[in-house]
Design a protein around this ligand. Structure first.
Ligand code: SAH
Length: 269
């Protein structure tokens, strides 16, 4: 924080807040700016998908607060998180709010930025590597490929899509990436089929990207429900729907097996 953007409330100088994108869980995918901000923090608020394992090393002087931890059966509410951020910043602390992936991709980062603005607290955002791109890549799946897909759409599966959205996705023909999509997989797959997407459209589900238990389940739109149930697929996972799934070339056994099965598929330039 620079002297210009500090503000005095009573006798305590206002601190600052930095929203930090922590990437998809691999320490190597933290940005240099993220590591620097974490190292300078007085307080770090982190949650479940942030890269937590290394935090004590990265932030040796900071108080670490786990806002994803379940107190009773609930994690700290969004309002509660915003109150904590504001409270520590108004007490003069350099606060880092560490979030999984990128703070502005389904991370409620913008709500936290607005809470800082409302309270006159200087806030900056450090972009992170989003799981939407990096987790498919960890399974060898590119989201675009010349001649196969020149667009990708990242959607939240938190709530079921509307018919208009399903129709739009089917017409657009982009690679579809779904975060938080395990629970709504039935409505998504059935909805896309209902709007005319082919039953043979490849689907990949990558669970726990960048962890020791990363797993890819490869299927098709017509069979994905049965395959996901048989595999016992669980959150957190990234879903990819699209022909690019056939390009998976490395990463794990499921991806390699897919390449063998898709041998008849020719990649055009
Ligand atoms: N801001 C985050 C996304 C937050 S929503 C980002 O940019 O990545 C949380 C969802 O992200 C999870 O439900 C899951 O769909 C996905 N996700 C994040 N990290 C993941 C990981 N390491 N492996 C698989 N899915 C992940």
């Amino acid at each position: 924080m620079t002297a210009q953007n500090s503000r005095t409330t009573g006798s305590v100088s206002t601190g600052s807040v930095t929203l930090v994108g922590g990437g998809p869980g691999a320490a190597g995918l933290l940005t240099v700016a993220a590591v620097t901000a974490i190292a300078q923090a007085d307080v770090v608020l982190f949650d479940r998908l942030a890269p937590n394992d290394e935090l004590a090393l990265l932030a040796p002087h900071a108080v670490l607060i786990d806002v994803g931890k379940r107190a009773g059966s609930h994690p700290v509410s969004q309002t509660g998180i915003e109150e904590l951020i504001v409270e520590h910043a108004l007490a003069g602390k350099r606060v880092v709010r560490l979030k999984g992936g990128d703070p502005y991709v389904f991370g409620r980062g913008s709500e936290e930025v607005l809470a800082c603005h409302r309270n006159g607290i200087p806030v900056t955002v450090i972009s992170g590597v989003t799981s939407a791109i990096a987790v498919p890549a960890a399974a060898g799946i590119p989201l675009t490929h010349r001649g196969i897909s020149h667009a990708f759409t990242v959607i939240s599966g938190h709530a079921p899509l509307t018919d208009n959205e399903l129709e739009g996705l089917t017409l657009l023909g982009s690679t579809i990436v779904v975060l938080m999509g395990v629970g709504t997989l039935p409505t998504l797959s059935q909805g896309l089929l209902r709007h005319g997407m082919p039953v043979g459209m490849p689907v990949a589900i990558i669970e726990r990207g960048f962890s020791a238990t990363q797993r890819t389940t490869v299927s098709t739109l017509g069979t994905v429900l049965a395959d996901a149930a048989a595999a016992g697929v669980r959150s957190p996972a990234v879903l990819v729907v699209g022909e690019v799934v056939r390009l998976a070339f490395s990463g794990d056994a499921a991806a390699n097996d897919l390449v063998a099965r898709a041998a008849e598929f020719s990649v055009t330039d």
